[in-house]
Design a protein around this ligand. Structure first.
Ligand SMILES: Nc1ncnc2c1ncn2[C@@H]1O[C@H](COP(=O)(O)OP(=O)(O)O)[C@@H](O)[C@H]1O
Length: 284
């Protein structure tokens, strides 16, 4: 627990993360053409203090968005989900949208160049509104993305959420989004039996309020075939990212014990945040 508490402390940061991502983007292009890793640090201008810089890892459907968003409200840092940035771009009539639709609807990963572009734009917009710190969700998803993130800033803590694969598929198939307010819900009622030493698991559906109920849509990539492909891509490309952070001593593994009512208090406890509001007001 002491190690986690140490990781919770924000440490120095660069002045403008978005500009560093932009720099890294040109380096990424160089990596693609030269096939070399950039060893030069991209900044040397740390500030004395900054906000939390956390990463959420986990398979599709595990609930990264749900828990990252709750923690972002608690800690007062933005929740930045690269999947949301991709979907936003997809729904626009911008030049990228057709290209993105093809990749995303096959369950494949979008190129690093596109992701870094979207992320640096999002960070820039946030910085201009005075945002600092972040909880990243869905990024980094490849070792190269993790290495580049490491070059541009310091990550304090990486939370790796885990859930049985059969439950992950059911959860993805039950996911719904309100087309008006953008909130996520889940209509699946999960009752997975205990088997092979794994405990059984129940999760109640997360149903929408009445005003959202008639506006629910399903993500085009939440079909069984595409979810299975996304899980395969995750184990090939993203699981190595867990080892990357494990070797840095930053990875906190968290096995979700069930739905939100059981998992949220346990996650707060594991993060030593169960009485965060009380501790914060005591310091203030
Ligand atoms: N960091 C990333 N690198 C590459 N592609 C990404 C990244 N983040 C999101 N995407 C693309 O957006 C899709 C949806 O992402 P996300 O909402 O995070 O889904 P998931 O439920 O699979 O975690 C991914 O399948 C991928 O095509």
């Amino acid at each position: 627990m002491a190690a986690i508490t140490r990781l919770l402390k924000p440490s120095p940061s660069p002045s403008s993360l978005s500009s560093l991502f932009k720099q890294s983007l040109s380096t990424t292009t160089a990596i693609v053409s030269d096939n070399i890793h950039p060893h030069q640090p991209l900044f040397q201008d740390p500030k004395p203090s900054r906000n939390f810089q956390w990463v959420f890892l986990g398979c599709p459907g595990v609930g990264k968005g749900t828990y990252a968003s709750r923690l972002s409200n608690l800690l007062g840092v933005p929740h930045i989900a690269t999947g949301d940035l991709v979907r936003h771009e997809l729904s626009s009539s911008g030049p990228l949208s057709l290209q993105l639709a093809e990749i995303v609807n096959q369950g494949k990963l979008v190129s690093d160049e596109i992701i870094f572009n979207l992320l640096s734009k999002r960070l820039e917009a946030g910085e201009s509104k005075g945002e600092s710190g972040f909880i990243l969700d869905g990024f980094p998803r490849t070792i190269r993305q993790a290495e580049i993130l490491d070059e541009v800033t310091e990550i304090d803590l990486v939370v790796n959420l885990k859930l049985r694969e059969d439950v992950l598929v059911e959860k993805c198939l039950g996911r719904r989004i309100c087309s008006q307010c953008g909130k996520g819900f889940n209509v699946a009622s999960i009752n997975a039996k205990a088997e092979n030493g794994r405990p059984g698991m129940s999760m109640a559906p997360l149903l929408p309020p009445q005003h959202c109920a008639s506006k629910l849509i399903t993500r085009a990539d939440d079909t069984e075939q595409v979810v299975k492909e996304r899980l395969r891509v995750y184990s090939e490309k993203s699981q190595p990212v867990e080892d990357f952070y494990k070797s840095q001593g930053k990875l906190m593994e968290f096995d979700l014990p069930g739905g939100i009512p059981e998992s949220w208090p346990k996650l707060l406890e594991a993060l030593n945040l169960d009485d965060y509001e009380v501790k914060r007001s005591a310091v203030a």
